[in-house]
Design a protein around this ligand. Structure first.
Ligand SMILES: Nc1ncnc2c1ncn2[C@@H]1O[C@H](COP(=O)(O)OP(=O)(O)OP(=O)(O)O)[C@@H](O)[C@H]1O
Length: 220
């Protein structure tokens, strides 16, 4: 479970205050995968980073009572001068996992072949995305956090393999996805929310959330 209690977050742009959340309260329950719809630049990444504990709220409390993933695509903690093999084994130790298992799993999922034994700092954006996704899948979480703005990979074979593993995982785990378009959420989420005027407005179905989101887009 993730609970936001009266959480406020804003940034000073130099000219005005950009409000992301304004005393917002909501919960993400285990077993209820949630899609959050918000236009570009309104705070999707900030929201997912706060759920992950990477960013602090200005005010209010964020309670985390489950194993919550880092956001998909997050590369913090991965050391560029180390190989994927070395990074995978190091991260296994941080999470109390068997390094042999983590290395073998990531090696198989990301399919980087000999590049797996080269420094991650030399990888292309797509290769880094594959490695980061494989790490996320190798670790067990109750709630997976996905930001549509993550670095994506266009490798079809990888996307098929990783997508299949993620769907299997989500039979027992929960996902939170932030996106600016409903079609991204349809595959994984039933309930949805819209980020609007500093509040997260929750709906039981994606259809209902889409209605408000589309209405707002038309009247904008
Ligand atoms: N550290 C920061 N300092 C100042 N402003 C910031 C900071 N981080 C984000 N912002 C601003 O807050 C707003 C929301 O940023 P955020 O990246 O969370 O939005 P987003 O919805 O994920 O955007 P996109 O869809 O373009 O990825 C933007 O206007 C951004 O410029």
């Amino acid at each position: 479970m993730i609970e936001f209690r009266n959480v406020s977050k804003s940034y000073w742009t130099g000219e005005r205050r950009k409000v992301i959340l304004d005393r917002a309260s909501f919960r993400v329950e285990l077993g209820n995968s949630l899609g959050i719809l918000a236009p570009n630049g309104t705070g999707k990444t900030t929201l997912i980073n706060m759920m992950a504990g990477l960013e602090k709220p200005d005010e209010g409390d964020i309670l985390r009572r489950s194993r919550i993933s880092f956001p998909l695509g997050f590369m913090g903690g991965i050391v560029g001068r180390l190989t994927a093999m070395e990074n995978a084994r190091y991260i296994a130790r941080l999470y109390g996992k068997d390094p042999d298992y983590l290395e073998a799993f990531c090696r198989w999922v990301c399919g980087l072949e000999e590049y797996f034994d080269m420094p991650v700092g030399t990888y292309s954006a797509g290769m880094r995305a594959r490695f980061s996704f494989s790490l996320l899948l190798a670790l067990d979480f109750d709630i997976y956090l996905i930001d549509e703005g993550m670095p994506a990979t266009t490798d079809a074979a990888f996307n098929k393999k990783a997508g299949h593993i993620l769907r299997e995982r989500l039979k027992t785990a929960t996902v939170v996805i932030v996106s600016h378009q409903a079609s991204t959420l349809e595959k994984f989420c039933r309930s949805a929310a819209v980020l609007k005027d500093g509040q997260l407005i929750m709906f039981d179905t994606l259809e209902e959330a889409k209605e408000l989101y589309d209405y707002e887009a038309q009247s904008a």
